[in-house]
Design a binder for this molecule. Sequence first.
Ligand code: PAF
Length: 290
Amino acid sequence: MHELTSPQDMHAWSRAERSRGRRIGFVPTMGFLHEGHLQLVDRARQRADRVVLSSFVNPLQFGPREDFASYPRDLARDRSLAAQRGVDCLFTPEVQAMYPTEPLVRIAPGPMAEPLEGATRPGHFAGVLTVVAKLFHIVEPDIAVFGRKDFQQAMLVSRMAADLDFGLEIDIAPTVRELDGLALSSRNSYLNADQRRAALALSRALRAVEQTWRAGEADPAALQRRGMEVLKAPEVSAEYLALVDEELRPVARADARTVVLVAARVGPTRLIDNVVLGEGVASDVPVRGS
Ligand code: PAF
């Protein structure tokens, strides 16, 4: 596995591979890899000849009171997991290399970034789209793979790629869950044993909404109330539970394409999760081997 830290070297590596006719698959991450990331690598591998994984904790997407400084990092472990899973090139730039000067120009994410995560985390999606645009220019992938757990992010990246003619395919992979339903996230490492149990409230709330919808309820307000009841659990403080369409607009009636998004704090840790009603939580991918 190649390991590169300079954007110029990364660009040159990709250019050389492409000039040999190889398709580049790209998995952007903030490191502290888990099975969810590694399944994105597997998907990229199926669709490309070379897989690049970036590991970069992007300061631009964290608010001043968020966890940029304490975000979990373990490059040695990431290196070994990426190599074992067949990543061809690991890109690990320093902040200084990505932002040699204060970035004055940022991507304006537009109305899809306003509700939900965008309302709770002002500036977050401008930061995400700006770094993703930079990474796309550096790596020049043919296909980039994102996880559906960050649904709003995945939709925004897809729209940015289409609206700004990036000329690459965005592939959205299903959420990977522990067998008990908890969606994999690097932030799960913040949870103690009690909080880990309490965190199941998120996937349980999604399941409750899905079951109520399957039983015939299509009124979003009633479905939202049902989800919020399940979220009321010790240590869990709900931020939102919303039923939206693919452009993040509230729906008038829930149908199979409706997405239910939830965010809650479990102790101090903020977690998010979602389900597409017609697909269901059970259709997500369980952790390999569990
Ligand atoms: O989902 C993430 O890990 C990050 O938001 C991303 C897409 C790597 C951009 O920093």
